[in-house]
Design a protein around this ligand. Structure first.
Ligand code: UDP
Ligand code: MG
Length: 140
């Protein structure tokens, strides 16, 4: 059993895709183990995306991620990291497979609706960025 961090980005919340996206997660057999709605401050967004600092898209990404509320989720299940990345699709919606969330709902490489951790160790760090242990449903 693994946990990963999922985020419904400001474009997804603005376009009222929260229910659809959570439904896809549950239909895939993954479990929502933690859930919050919040708005990132600039410094929080910069910290969360620190690995991308200095890249040409960094400032625009921080602007976008602070432009409205987001939904953060702890998504659990066997192989949750890879399975959630599979449901999301590739970073660029135009290059994502059909039936992926980014392909269906993403509008640009930046505004790609969802975030997912890329490995189990980064998932742990990213989950602890948003959730206290007591606010995550224990693994069975
Ligand atoms: N991003 C962007 N332009 C790029 C690459 C990435 O705006 O050329 C944004 C996009 O929102 C992406 C996020 O930065 O989801 C983090 O990039 P990463 O390469 O980690 O992609 P991901 O892991 O989200 O697929
Ligand atoms: Mg990434």
């Amino acid at each position: 059993m693994a946990n990963t961090l999922g985020i419904i980005k400001p474009d997804g919340v603005r376009r009222k895709l929260v229910g659809k996206i959570i439904s896809r997660i549950e239909t895939a057999g993954l479990i929502i183990r933690g859930l919050r709605v919040l708005k990132l401050s600039r410094s929080e967004a910069e910290k969360f995306y620190a690995v991308h600092e200095g890249k040409p898209f960094f400032n625009s990404l921080v602007d976008f991620m602070t432009s409205g509320p987001i939904v953060v989720m702890v998504i659990g299940g066997h192989g949750a990291v890879e399975r959630w990345r599979d449901l999301m699709g590739a970073t660029d919606p135009a290059k994502s497979r059909y039936n992926t969330l980014r392909r269906e709902f993403g509008t640009s490489v930046e505004k790609n609706v969802v975030h997912g951790s890329d490995a189990e160790d980064t998932a742990k760090v990213e989950i602890s960025f948003f959730f206290k242990e007591k606010d995550i449903l224990p693994k069975e």
